[in-house]
Write a protein that binds this ligand. Structure first.
Ligand SMILES: [Zn+2]
Length: 161
């Protein structure tokens, strides 16, 4: 099964959790999620330092999660800066990750302490972070989207559809 992200109508895409694609690797399947935090071309995008901090915190959350660590393949920022990609093992749908994403964004919105891996030897641009705005953006996405997900926040609008 292959779900391609070509053909989605970005003009009607809302914030939410979407299945971007599914790829067969060996005997297994990987599901790539589009964690869309901003409406494309209709909202201000996320600051680059915030994207970077989201990457560190989200990767830390999933890679240390008791259930999801072994399913987590990759967490990374979208080049357009409207959201994040998360790749997990398994044939998954948005509803399967809704609870853990809420957990993740609650973790990020209330994070305190030293930012994980933000040291020169562990990061390619360790000074380029913004924890406080990351917490605000995480809280906003949690309150306005993740805590009240509807079908339109989980199913892509299709072009000509
Ligand atoms: Zn980094």
């Amino acid at each position: 099964m292959d779900v391609t992200s070509f053909g989605i109508d970005h003009n009607r895409l809302l914030r939410g959790i979407y299945v971007s694609r599914k790829d067969t690797v060996g005997n297994g399947l990987l599901t790539t999620f589009d964690i869309r935090m901003k409406e494309p071309n209709r909202e201000m995008v996320i600051d680059t330092a915030v994207m970077h901090t989201l990457e560190h915190l989200m990767a830390t959350f999933f890679r240390s999660h008791p259930l999801w660590a072994e399913k987590t393949i990759y967490i990374g920022p979208m080049g357009c800066r409207t959201g994040m990609y998360a790749i997990f093992k398994g044939d998954l749908e948005s509803a399967d990750v809704a609870d853990v994403m809420q957990e993740c964004y609650a973790y990020m919105s209330s994070f305190t302490g030293e930012l994980p891996a933000a040291k020169a030897e562990m990061c390619g641009n360790y000074l380029d972070h913004n924890l406080e705005i990351t917490k605000l953006e995480s809280k906003k996405f949690l309150d306005e989207v993740l805590s009240c997900l509807k079908e339109e926040n989980m199913i892509y609008p299709r072009q000509n559809g």
